[in-house]
Design a binder for this molecule. Structure first.
Ligand code: NAI
Length: 387
């Protein structure tokens, strides 16, 4: 498949840079143009388009940012193409989207719109569309676009945190440490990512840890309006925080709040499959009541002597155990420079723990984490050092 020439990158980034102050107007124009030209496509989007607006511009900027790195760009686009299957996107949809995009860019660039810019955008969009379509077609040969999953257990562990167990309607392929996007019947076409909190098991059940956040459509639906017997839908598993092969190094796992989910899945897999020499798992919460899964971690640790689980509480003066945020307490809890580290939780927590581990000399290849973007979607790629 032909790749876009590198100098297209500077043209496209230049025009996106010029338009960045107008992102909202640009995206509103784009959807108006798209739905006018192809009204049937409106049904594929959520009723409220607020998140969608940010996503389109972000996806364009992400893709433009990768134009000089064709291999990474194509990995990103392939994943985007596979992910779009769950929205019902088919190859015929790409032409009206491309036309709406070009019309929007032209209208907003005004006088600044030049023939080379038009050609650059057309080439880039054609490349994006062809990679996404090819990846979606390849994926369709192996997997359904979505999985239905029935809720078989729903436990409210705190007023805001639920642990749900679901049974997918067919084999759901994933690896410990990955996440699924989830859609509830209450809010069709609104998808949010949740890490799977267990390693793959023979009965195929998946456990999700969900905190209902203010204005969190999907999280509130899952915590407060979902019960045993309800059906949710899952997109394909994603995420780079996985383990390959045997682990000869000691392991450090750090999970903050419901960010415990993926590190718990990893720990479950490691103690039985990868068998590192030792595994420290720090579970951080604001108060002792928020240690919503501590009983289960203790049970796991009682079966596996290599697993040492430590509860850490940051905002509870009466707590007599390890106290502070995770990045505050780790330095006093051991020396982690030789460890393989897996970190998950609120983005600021992940950033501060990872920054500290880097400053201690843990090399990049032994730091494993995924970040949520500000809109609740995962960042498409690892964040470079220094952020
Ligand atoms: N990265 C991943 O793979 C996953 C991340 N998450 C994310 O984890 C988060 C969990 O949220 P909650 O349960 O509400 O956690 P929370 O706000 O209750 O905090 C959990 C822990 O993180 C610490 N923490 C919070 N903010 C911090 C900061 N700015 N600096 C240092 N430490 C900080 C707290 O002290 C506590 O120990 C959500 O944002 C969710 O999106 C959830 C699942 C997987």
């Amino acid at each position: 498949m032909p790749e876009p020439a590198a100098d297209l990158g500077s043209i496209v980034r230049g025009s996106l840079g010029r338009l960045s102050g107008e992102a909202d107007a640009l995206v509103a124009h784009f959807y108006a143009a798209l739905f006018t030209a192809a009204p049937a496509l409106r049904e594929m989007f959520p009723v409220a388009m607020d998140h969608q607006r940010d996503r389109l511009f972000k996806a364009l900027c992400d893709a433009a940012g990768l134009l000089d790195d064709p291999a990474r760009l194509d990995r990103y686009l392939s994943q985007l193409g596979r992910d779009h299957r769950k929205y019902g996107v088919v190859p015929e949809h790409y032409a009206p989207v491309g036309e709406a995009l070009m019309a929007t860019l032209r209208a907003h660039a005004g006088e600044a719109w030049t023939a080379p810019e038009a050609e650059a955008w057309a080439a880039v969009y054609n490349h994006m569309a062809s990679v996404m379509i090819a990846a979606a077609e390849e994926d369709a040969a192996a997997h359904p676009p979505v999985w239905s999953a029935v809720v078989v257990d729903h436990q409210l562990r705190t007023p805001d945190v639920a642990v749900l167990t679901v049974r997918p309607d067919q084999y759901y392929p994933y690896r410990a440490g990955q996440y699924a996007t989830v859609e509830t019947g209450r809010w069709p076409r609104v998808w949010r990512p949740y890490s799977i909190a267990n390693a793959p098991r023979p009965d195929g059940l998946l456990t999700l840890h969900v905190r209902a956040v203010p204005a969190g459509w999907v999280s509130s639906a899952l915590v407060r309006h979902t019960g045993v017997g309800d059906v949710i839908r899952l997109g394909p598993a994603r995420g780079s925080m996985v383990v390959a092969g045997e682990l000869t190094r000691r392991v450090l796992c750090v999970g903050g709040g419901t960010g415990l989910a993926p590190v718990k899945a990893l720990a479950e897999e490691m103690v039985t499959v990868n068998r590192p020499p030792s595994l420290h798992l720090f579970f951080g919460a604001r108060t002792r009541e928020e240690l919503y899964d501590w009983a289960d971690l203790e049970r796991m640790a009682s079966f596996y002597p290599r697993l040492l689980a430590v509860p850490v509480v940051s905002d509870d003066p009466g707590w007599s155990g390890v106290r502070g945020t995770l990045s505050e307490v780790l330095p006093a809890q051991g020396r982690w420079t030789d460890h393989e580290a897996f970190v998950s939780g609120p983005d600021p927590m992940v950033r501060s723990v990872v920054a500290w581990l880097r400053s201690e000399g843990v090399p990049e290849e032994r730091l494993h984490f995924d970040l949520f973007g500000p809109d609740g979607e995962r960042a498409p790629a690892r964040v470079p050092a220094g952020v």
